[in-house]
Design a protein around this ligand. Structure first.
Ligand SMILES: Nc1ncnc2c1ncn2[C@@H]1O[C@H](COP(=O)(O)OP(=O)(O)OP(=O)(O)O)[C@@H](O)[C@H]1O
Ligand SMILES: [Mg+2]
Length: 335
């Protein structure tokens, strides 16, 4: 890809938010993106906020504590750190930062007061989580940023609108004061070009539908979509003409029967084979439709293949490299 075609999100964003329907590969794509962005001697932070330990599972390591630690290397001496943000710990952090709560925070936590506070006000929970993400994104020491980029393995599309629209959530909770200020600060970051929201999808009906809806939802709260990532894509095994033939009737069945006869195989195999073909044709039609629908969002689309076997460090590295190729990142690095 020409360097001039490198999307703005690759060069401008410091916070990357990765969402998508459940199970489409959010955690995998977020990790691959964190590796891609760390390539060439940069440092990135991969964050999760859902108490799921998805990152630890992916990297095959023990559960992550509420502390940033290196989890992977990227080509060219890049480093990927990871953090699992817990709402309770984030609240203690927050209270300590603003009110110097010190040890009282630990006490509150032990008596269950914090669990109470965050479950009573779910909006508060989200402000704390996004607040922590903002803190990591903007943290600097001696004029140097702690991380070149932060990648958030975010809640799924069904919840992403509420999760990111913290101002709306907090409006009922606090009209003035530090919580309001914090949520305004988070919103400023999310709405700026320093944030890129990526929606991961499969070429299937429901995930594409959710992607289109989430994009609409987010845009109506002033949040832009930076890119769509089509994950687990497979090479089309059929042409549109072949699809028409199948739709037109029994012709393939006849061909299969003849083929079986020629091969000396039982004709009873014909029906299950035809069913497979028809099933594939159906999926293929849905994929074609998805490929036709997604461009309506008007954002760059990255396509990652369905890899076979375990999601190893090498496999993640391959996905990261594919992301770099499709964003033209390597050309930028060469300039
Ligand atoms: N490109 C790919 N090729 C092959 N397998 C993949 C690919 N991307 C993800 N997977 C596999 O799909 C499964 C779901 O991926 P992942 O956990 O990243 O999804 P998720 O969207 O984070 O799920 P959840 O909604 O449960 O958090 C995992 O087993 C993962 O290894
Ligand atoms: Mg996940």
């Amino acid at each position: 890809m020409d360097a001039a075609l490198t999307p703005a999100w690759w060069t401008d964003a410091r916070l990357h938010v990765v969402s998508g329907k459940g199970g489409v590969g959010k955690t995998t794509v977020a990790a691959a993106l964190a590796i891609a962005l760390a390539t060439g001697g940069r440092r990135t932070l991969l964050v999760e906020v859902e108490d799921r330990q998805g990152i630890a599972q992916l990297f095959n390591i023990p559960p992550l504590p509420y502390a940033e630690r290196p989890i992977a290397a990227a080509p060219g001496e890049g480093e990927v750190y990871a953090l699992a943000v817990e709402p309770e710990a984030a609240l203690v952090d927050y209270l300590d930062m603003f009110y110097g709560l010190g040890r009282a925070g630990g006490m509150l936590r032990r008596v269950g007061a914090i669990d109470f506070a965050t479950s009573v006000a779910p909006g508060l929970r989200d402000v704390l989580l996004t607040g922590k993400v903002k803190e990591a994104t903007t943290r600097a020491k001696g004029g140097k940023r702690a991380y070149d980029a932060v990648v958030l393995d975010a809640p799924p599309t069904g919840r992403i609108g509420r999760f990111l629209n913290v101002t709306g959530e907090v409006a009922a909770l606090a009209k003035v004061g530090p919580i309001k200020k914090q949520s305004d600060g988070v919103m400023d970051l999310l709405r700026s070009s320093r944030t890129a929201i990526h929606l991961v999808t499969l070429l299937e009906e429901m995930p594409v539908q959710e992607t289109l809806e989430a994009a609409h939802d987010l845009r109506s709260s002033g949040l832009d979509i930076a890119s769509v990532v089509v994950n687990m894509a497979t090479e089309p095994q059929m042409s549109a003409g072949e699809l028409d033939d199948i739709a037109a009737g029994d012709d393939p069945l006849k061909q299969i029967s003849t083929g079986l006869k020629t091969a000396g195989l039982a004709a009873s195999y014909a029906e299950p084979l035809r069913a497979e073909l028809v099933d594939y044709a159906r999926r293929f039609t849905v994929e074609q439709q998805a490929r036709a629908d997604l461009p309506s969002l008007g954002v760059p689309i990255t396509e990652l293949p369905r890899l076979h076997g375990q999601m190893t460090a090498d496999a993640l590295g391959d996905l990261a490299e594919l992301i770099r190729e499709q964003t033209g990142a390597d050309e930028v690095a060469d300039v």
